[in-house]
Design a protein around this ligand. Structure first.
Ligand code: ARG
Length: 459
């Protein structure tokens, strides 16, 4: 047991208490952030004359050695240490002796762990954002390729109006674009350095907090030392952003599962991204989409867990806050894996364009357009709506589409209907007439795609 705080105690910690209390099993992933924070701290201590320059150099050399030895497997991070901070400090003292005992001058594990987590989460927001960038690039490419791929748009999972695949994918492009922007906002808001907050009340040493903040790439030091050690808002924001990303991935997964079903057959998931059944030889299951949908609950769980952990905590640090690691780490890994695998599945998935178009043709998706046509002939919209309702009933009885009726049959519903009706309700025309900004018509869609492209060029 390598503990930093033995002095006040006359008895050894009970083994099970030590194990229950220790965080080394999961905070070891903060090693490089912990060492990076210590480097900045000792440089500042020497600059302020709090330690000597040769002591600084010895500490920096020792920290380099520890980092290197862990990397090349010579030094293992074992359960003998309570946490990653104790691991580094104990090893430093072993290596360089007394100078190592000065590393922790003017610092507490409270501001140290607050710093480590912030550095770690700041990097993770960037990783997640980059993964979203890859997904957006896939969507952008598929949108460009499918500007003319007609499909039914749905409401209530009932065929509603004709759209294009580009338009459908464009909706997801917008969701993930906002997710990327959300991550940038969070990174910006969290980018303040808690180091120098001490245990909670700062310190009596003349620390230069601006210096360490700049060294570590922060905009400035945090303003209040109690908040500096107690704030986990940034992590809650990141988990919220991950939850929203998972919600978007899960919705998209659900659609892919529906589109991949035997009834729809809109898409083919690549063999590399599907799995089979041990008993039913015909099966090719959309397991990746299902797992992404399933893992969403896990990410939400981490968010709710941390919100609950934090809600009753008096200022400043409490050990409860150690619970800000295991589930959040799992959530970050899960969300990033899901983004990566989902993108792999999406980019290799193929679309059955003919099936999509046939589904649109067979589903009265052009009924609104027929009503609009009648409005053009001078019939009030409410009456036109009712006339088309009767047309649909007649078509359903014979199991045919509206454009399969002859002109004579159509005129039985309204004598104002002419030969030009067939152009008006032609699916291609129905889509292309939708030209308002944000609509699926070619001209509107080209604008949307150009905006997406510009966004990705700046990404
Ligand atoms: N393992 C602790 C955590 O993750 C480090 C901070 C410990 N500070 C303390 N005063 N016990 O929160």
């Amino acid at each position: 047991m390598a503990q930093l705080w033995g002095g006040r105690f006359t008895k050894k910690t009970a083994d099970e208490v030590y194990d229950f209390n220790a965080s080394i099993g999961f905070d070891k992933r903060l090693l490089s952030e912990d060492i990076g924070g210590s480097r900045a701290h000792v440089r500042m201590l020497a600059k302020q004359g709090i330690i000597k320059e040769d002591e600084r150099d010895a500490i920096l050399g020792g920290l380099d050695g520890i980092e290197e030895d862990v990397k090349n497997g010579k030094l293992a991070i074992t359960k003998e240490y309570e946490d990653v901070h104790s691991f580094v400090e104990a090893n430093l003292i072993d290596r360089i002796g007394d100078a190592g005992k000065k590393l922790h001058t003017g610092r507490s594990r409270n501001d140290q762990v607050a710093l480590d987590m912030r550095l770690y989460v700041r990097n993770r927001t960037e990783d997640t954002r980059a993964l979203i960038g890859e997904l957006l690039a896939t969507l952008q490419k598929q949108m460009e390729e499918n500007i003319d791929t007609i499909m039914p748009g749905f409401t209530h999972l009932q065929k509603a109006q004709p759209i294009t695949l580009a338009h459908h994918l464009g909706a997801y492009f917008e969701m993930f674009r906002r997710d990327a922007e959300r991550l940038s906002d969070i990174r910006e808001r969290m980018n303040y350095c808690p180091l120098g907050s001490g245990a909670l009340a700062g310190t009596t040493y003349p620390l230069d907090r601006e210096f360490t903040a700049k060294e570590l790439g922060f905009k400035a030091p945090t303003r209040n030392s109690m908040d500096g050690v107690s704030d986990r808002d940034y992590l809650i924001e990141y988990l919220s952003a991950l939850s929203i990303i998972m919600m978007h991935l899960s919705r998209f997964s659900e659609e892919i599962i529906i589109w991949n079903s035997n009834e729809y057959r809109f898409v083919n998931i690549d063999d590399a991204y599907s799995t089979g059944s041990s008993i039913m030889p015909q099966k090719k299951n959309p397991d990746i989409a299902e797992l992404v949908r399933g893992k969403t609950g896990r990410v939400y769980g981490a968010l709710i867990s941390l919100l609950t952990t934090m809600k009753g905590l008096p200022l400043a640090y409490n050990k409860d806050m150690q619970e800000d690691k295991e589930l959040p780490f799992d959530a970050m890994d899960t969300a990033d894996d899901c983004l990566h695998l989902f993108n792999g599945m999406l980019s290799t998935m193929t679309y059955n364009k003919k099936t999509m178009e046939a589904s649109c043709a067979g589903g009265f998706a052009n009924a609104t357009d027929l009503a609009d046509y009648l409005v053009g002939k001078g019939i009030p919209f409410r009456d036109a709506h009712s006339i088309v309702g009767s047309v649909v009933i007649a078509c359903e009885k014979d199991q045919i589409a509206i454009d399969e009726l002859s002109l004579a049959q159509l005129r039985e519903f309204s004598p104002l209907i002419d030969e030009d009706v067939f152009t008006a309700i032609d699916l291609w025309n129905c889509v292309d007439k939708r030209l308002t900004d944000g609509a699926p018509g070619r001209a509107a869609m080209e604008k949307e795609i150009a905006a997406g492209k510009a966004f990705l060029e700046e990404f």
